[in-house]
Design a binder for this molecule. Sequence first.
Ligand code: ZN
Length: 362
Amino acid sequence: MPVTRNTRNVPYYLLGSGAFAQLEELVEARRSLVDGPVFFYVDHYFQHKELSGKLPARPSDTVVFVDTSREPTVEYVDALTEDAKATLKGLTPCCIVGIGGGATLDTAKAVANLLTNPGRAEDYQGWDLVKHPAVYKIGVPTLAGTGAECSRTCVLTNQRRGLKLGMNSDHTVYDQLVLDPSLARSAPREQFFFTGMDTYMHCFESIRGTYRNVIVDRLSESALALCREIFLGSEDMMSDANLERMLVASYLGGMAAGNVGAVHPVSAGLSIVLHLPHGKANCYALAALQDVYPAEYEEFMKMLSHNNIALPPGICANLPDEQYQALYNGVIVHEKPLANALGPEFRNIFSKERLTAMFKSM
Ligand code: ZN
């Protein structure tokens, strides 16, 4: 096997039901080291919920409720960064705390990078463009599956350039995680399912691809085994034991993420053009990729019916031609994952006609 890329993982994590209570201690440790406030970025879903009353925030700190009704955009991250700079007046936060699902965790990562690096979010969309270490950051996932808590990227939509691309950098990795499965207990079932399935997609796409790595393969296999226990087992997918399994699966899958295949490009097209949330878009993508991934398609269909989750058809029916063109463009731009799944001839395999027919069938 060729030598792997020099790989960084999250250095510290706490795992277990009730771990959230230790956030205060972690934040206090940062206050004693750096003379700046704490910025909390919290999914707006929690704005009037119990959790927002439990934040270890002082009056000098800032709590930002992140709008997650859409995938994070470069403009949104730039605006949040400007707001933070205006509040900070030259200070640096002692710590940024991201609390939420993948969109919130990624937003907090992006702002942490931009507070120590000049320019705008889109300047850093790509690989290893972030020069200076980010603000210290703690991630608290409240919904598991995206792997955002441990990945080295933060996926941002850039409408102007028609792409979804993260700031792939070692500086994007969280410094500390608080993995508390009880935080997902109140999540809507559909959202839990769609988000959890992101782990399933990342891991099988990686194993089915041609870009391989022995550690990534093992992590992916373990995460897939957990997904099968959660989504095809005898317990409810949101039982306490499954909430914990999902956090572990997401964490392992997040460490394995990077080499996705054909599902993610199709999903990205759906998110760019129709603003479909990532997890749900993945599910529509796999449901239309039976010929590329026959075994996983079949297993996924069982997972849907086992958990009573529906994918109502017709999401791309009767769109104007420009939108089918935009969908095609939004898929085919993702050259690396498409080549990983389909080989160098991916443009011939995923022709405009074939993709258009596929979208019309969704
Ligand atoms: Zn994903």
